[in-house]
Design a protein around this ligand. Structure first.
Ligand SMILES: NC(=O)C1=CN([C@@H]2O[C@H](COP(=O)(O)OP(=O)(O)OC[C@H]3O[C@@H](n4cnc5c(N)ncnc54)[C@H](OP(=O)(O)O)[C@@H]3O)[C@@H](O)[C@H]2O)C=CC1
Ligand SMILES: O=C(O)C1=N[C@H](C(=O)O)C[C@H](O)C1
Length: 254
């Protein structure tokens, strides 16, 4: 039986993943959290030691915080175990750590584990490729009041898809956090706007706006179960994969 270890196990996603893994008939080796006192569910042991967890698991799932990424990757490399990174708010330094880890082990990093969002990303890439840069691209997301990072990992994933479709680098063409006298929109820019409130699990809308017409495509997550199910599916897929960096396309057959 595949046994999963969960970094950030006491969090909203950690708990949802424990439930999804149990529903899928998988074993749970245990979990870590910032304060690992106690259990996340009956029979699921918490530890403060990422390496001990990695050694006890067939595959690891990390939905915690960017600051813990380095220690989690080190543990997975030392134990030679594959890992899924679902944590968002990652910066260039974190992506460099993931690239380095992927030389030694299989690492899947994604801002969204759901089938719907990954299919949306494929559609966005196709639309951006077909429409050309006189169509302005804006990405709007809304999440619950507890979310700490913006734009969401999913908004950035969709932005990357749009940039790929256009054959440009997102980093050089994104407009984020507009406020005050911003000046006119740059031609070819990909804009981001983030809303926060209530209990919204995750809404994303991609708007293609031209003179006189607009195309809007989007996705609404009704709860976290879709992310948790996707994470468990990806973890199963990762077991036995050779070292390398992966995203959800291989898992979902997109
Ligand atoms: N890729 C995807 O599909 C999805 C990604 N996410 C992302 O997953 C992450 C977690 O989301 P969510 O569960 O809602 O957030 P939570 O804040 O509920 O969970 C994060 C957990 O990680 C814990 N933590 C903090 N530091 C460490 C550490 N050093 N080691 C282990 N655990 C630690 C936190 O503890 P404490 O609270 O005590 O600090 C908390 O329990 C976010 O980045 C979110 O954006 C969310 C949904 C889907
Ligand atoms: O923090 C969340 O809740 C979510 N985070 C991910 C993101 O940043 O895109 C995925 C999902 O939208 C929920």
């Amino acid at each position: 039986m595949t046994t999963i270890g969960i970094f950030g196990a006491a969090g909203r996603m950690g708990r949802a993943i424990a439930q999804a893994a149990t529903d899928a008939g998988l074993g749970i080796a245990g979990g870590t959290d910032r304060d690992p006192a106690g259990e996340i569910a009956p029979g699921i042991a918490m530890t403060a030691d990422p390496l001990a967890l990695a050694e006890a698991s067939a595959v690891l799932i990390d939905f915690s915080v960017p600051g813990a990424l380095s220690a989690h990757l080190d543990a997975c490399i030392a134990a030679r175990k594959p890992v899924l990174i679902g944590t968002t708010g990652l910066e260039a330094v974190h992506h460099a750590l993931i690239d380095e880890a992927a030389v030694h082990i299989a690492v899947l990093q994604t801002g969204n584990t759901s089938l719907g969002v990954n299919l949306l990303a494929a559609l966005v890439e196709q639309a951006a490729a077909g429409l050309g840069d006189d169509w302005d691209i804006e990405i709007v997301e809304m999440h619950h009041r507890h979310k700490v990072d913006a734009p969401s990992g999913t908004a950035l994933l969709l932005g990357e898809a749009a940039a790929r479709g256009r054959g440009i680098a997102l980093a050089q063409h994104s407009e984020r956090g507009r406020d005050g006298i911003t000046g006119a929109r740059a031609k070819g820019a990909i804009g981001f706007a983030a809303l926060r409130g209530g209990s919204v699990a995750g809404d994303h809308q991609v708007i293609f706006a031209a003179e006189g017409e607009r195309i809007e495509i989007g996705h609404r997550a009704e709860n976290r179960t879709i992310f948790a199910r996707g994470a468990v599916k990806a973890a199963r897929w990762l077991v036995g994969q050779p070292a390398g960096r992966y995203d959800m396309k291989g898992v979902l057959g997109l």
